[in-house]
Design a protein around this ligand. Structure first.
Ligand SMILES: C[S@@+](CC[C@H](N)C(=O)[O-])C[C@H]1O[C@@H](n2cnc3c(N)ncnc32)[C@H](O)[C@@H]1O
Length: 267
């Protein structure tokens, strides 16, 4: 797997400082779900440990799986700064969410902040759900988190760049100042895939400037699609929330799509 291009390498050192990521209100939701699972938790696409570390601090044994060595390195450095008991509860694995093989099984699998949307084809999505299914204990739970595509935004002009957002700048721990631009540089309306470019404009202490680019593709899902994928993969949906405060689907638009599903045995 060493030849895999590490798409997140350009973003890893900035990830924890990015203003909208810091503002996300999902951590308490995932920590509560992990505690309620009363067993082992697997976070698929754990990144830098934004959710994984608070979960381990809450006393939960958690395995973080990610394909990006750069994201896992950031996570590993942060875990190393935690007290020993927290470190002991964390296992990190570099693997692809479409094909992994871990032991023992888990009471809960989570995918915080949309890693599943990096799977662009139905074959890849089904492969990932099958791998998760294999790794759950009987009756174990999956929390699958994707965004609900806003129809008004999808219906915008088809020219490129489709949209452009300049965020407020932020300062890295070493003093560098970073301004991030997010552009959707292409979109495939048939395959439901956005081609996204995150440009990080870095200003060093001596005034020198540098641009780092993270380019990625993300699939958007409509709610019934995910329901069908889950049903095909041996999961029964128990809840669908539109926000991390557990507002039900339909209470705000577009909101998130946070599926809570239980493993059912396939005949
Ligand atoms: C937006 S980040 C979310 C990270 C973390 N869960 C959080 O809440 O901050 C998406 C993560 O999914 C990972 N990822 C993307 N494709 C993957 C794959 N095929 N297998 C495993 N991880 C993958 C990326 O490397 C990245 O760390």
């Amino acid at each position: 797997m060493s030849a895999v291009h590490d798409e997140y390498a350009a973003a890893a050192e900035f990830y924890d400082s990015v203003t909208p990521y810091r503002a996300r209100q999902d951590v308490a939701f995932f920590v509560e779900a992990a505690r309620a699972a009363a067993g082992r938790v697997l976070e698929v696409g754990c990144g830098t440990g934004r959710v994984l570390i608070p979960t381990a601090r809450a006393g939960v044994r958690i395995t973080g799986l990610d394909l990006s060595s750069a994201m896992l390195d950031m996570c590993r450095q942060k875990v190393a700064q935690e007290p020993e008991d927290v470190q002991d509860r964390v296992t990190l694995v570099r693997a692809d969410m479409r094909s992994f093989d871990l032991r023992p099984k888990f009471e809960l699998v989570t995918t915080p902040f949309r890693p599943f949307q990096h799977l662009l084809t139905v074959d890849d999505q089904l492969a990932c759900l099958a791998a998760i299914h294999r790794h759950l204990v009987p009756g174990g739970k999956l929390i699958l988190d994707v965004f609900n595509p806003a129809l008004d935004r999808l219906a915008g002009p088809l020219t490129s760049p489709v949209s452009y957002v300049e965020e407020v700048d932020f300062i890295l721990p070493d003093g560098r100042r970073v301004l991030r631009h997010v552009r959707i540089v292409g979109r495939d309306l048939f395959k439901q895939v956005h081609d996204i470019e995150f440009d990080y404009l870095v200003t060093h202490a001596d005034g020198r400037q540098e641009k780092r680019v993270h380019r990625t593709k993300m699939r958007y899902f409509f709610p019934y699609e995910v329901e069908h994928l889950l049903a095909r993969s041996g999961f029964a949906v128990e809840d669908l929330f539109s926000d991390y405060d557990k507002s039900p689907y339909g209470s705000n638009y577009p909101g998130e799509l946070i599926f809570v599903a239980r493993k059912v045995e396939r005949s």
